[in-house]
Design a protein around this ligand. Structure first.
Ligand SMILES: Cc1cc2nc3c(=O)[nH]c(=O)nc-3n(C[C@H](O)[C@H](O)[C@H](O)COP(=O)(O)OP(=O)(O)OC[C@H]3O[C@@H](n4cnc5c(N)ncnc54)[C@H](O)[C@@H]3O)c2cc1C
Length: 348
């Protein structure tokens, strides 16, 4: 398994649990897009026109997360908490509210359960949200996990299953009819099958793709602050002057604010993108004014041409490529893991 982001980690776990011996390569495990992710498992709030099949995939992935959490808990004694909060969708001004209405129309067409709510009737639901906002829509079926916690529990489970993590970059892959091999700066390793779960990164040398799938990096930032606790309430999603904004509130006042989305691959965080996000954040949740900034994280989402995830069997015998999970890789990870197992166990 090349790449130890959330896709590589869950895939390695699924394979090792099924009795396969797994080597996992990554020079910086879980420091890619997975590190930046807010951890929303939010099919309902992520609907988009023309992406109905993506919505169905994410819904089934959320069910798989519950099964995975049960398995991990049995193995490690640690339960990954899946917070089933739903989402509260709001708009800042009249034009943002038109966008929310259009969004809700699409969601309802896809079969999302939704409920229009007002501050008058349900004031607690609007706790910490700007008094300028008097109504919104509740979307059911959404929730969140803490990706750092998921990575930590998965890593413990992999350790217990004897999965070796080699903290080196794979430079080249090869294969013949009976084996695959991965070459790093220092060594060459061989096995019976190989999977590239390298997110938005360029593939190692030697990989022969069909051209049917490509990935491009889509830059994104989340900001982590301390000071507002809406953890017992739904995730906040908003349209603000036409931008998307969300706040995932964890117990104890830790909040993940997100997320910027730019078609660029440069590392780092620009002052302007952070400033725009903060302006949107303060307009929707004015209480953030006195919150403490903890850290900001950036990552490159792996986006395919049609924004759908893919699992491509490569022209190199025994190798496959699992990527394109874009804005939903945390959500989709248990499904990608199942595709990895199906590939490895497929009859020759
Ligand atoms: C700001 C932001 C917020 C997000 N929020 C959410 C969210 O709330 N919910 C959700 O479902 N998704 C979210 N996502 C999307 C999600 O994070 C990604 O889809 C997911 O992390 C992709 O996982 P991955 O394992 O494919 O990639 P990555 O996490 O990028 O991991 C790829 C790994 O491969 C390694 N690698 C690359 N090349 C090599 C090589 N040659 N040899 C060895 N290792 C290699 C890298 O070091 C890296 O660790 C968000 C993304 C961003 C950027």
């Amino acid at each position: 398994m090349v790449g130890a982001g959330i896709i590589g980690l869950t895939s390695a776990f699924r394979l090792a649990r099924a009795g396969h011996s797994v080597l996992l390569f990554d020079p910086h495990p879980a420091q890619g897009a997975t590190w930046a992710a807010a951890g929303m498992l939010a099919p309902s709030a992520e609907v988009a026109p023309g992406e109905e099949s993506n919505y169905a995939l994410q819904k089934s992935a959320v069910i798989k997360w519950h099964e995975l959490a049960d398995e991990l808990s049995l193995m490690t004694g640690r339960r990954l908490c899946i917070h089933e909060t739903g989402t509260l969708l709001v708009g800042l001004d009249a034009s943002d509210r038109r966008m929310t209405d259009q969004f809700v129309d699409v969601a309802r067409d896809f079969g999302v359960d939704s409920l229009d709510v007002t501050r008058d009737r349900l004031p607690d639901l609007f706790s910490a949200i700007s008094p300028r906002i008097s109504s919104g829509t509740l979307l059911s079926g959404d929730g969140w996990i803490d990706p750092d916690e998921a990575v930590s529990i998965l890593s413990q489970a992999l350790d217990a299953l004897g999965v070796r993590i080699i903290t080196e970059k794979v430079l080249r892959i090869t294969s013949d009819r009976t084996s695959v091999s991965a070459t790093t700066c220092d060594n060459s390793y061989s096995g019976v099958a190989g999977i590239l779960a390298t997110g938005s990164a360029a593939l190692p040398g030697g990989a022969v793709i069909s051209g049917q799938h490509t990935v491009r990096p889509v830059h994104g930032v989340t900001l982590r602050v301390q000071g507002v606790d809406r953890s017992a309430l739904p995730i906040v999603r908003a349209f603000v002057r036409g931008h998307n904004f969300y706040m995932v509130s964890r117990p104890g006042g830790y909040c993940v604010l997100g997320a910027t989305q730019e078609e660029r691959a440069e590392p780092g965080i620009q002052v302007g993108e952070l400033a725009r996000m903060l302006r949107d954040a303060l307009d929707i949740v004015p209480e953030l004014e006195t919150a403490t900034v903890l850290e900001s994280r950036f990552g490159l989402r792996p986006a395919s041409q049609d924004l759908r995830p893919f699992f491509e069997v490569l022209a190199n015998d025994g190798w496959a490529w699992s990527s394109g999970h874009y804005r939903h890789g945390v959500t989709l990870a248990p499904l990608a893991a199942q595709w990895a197992l199906d590939f490895v166990e497929a009859p020759a």
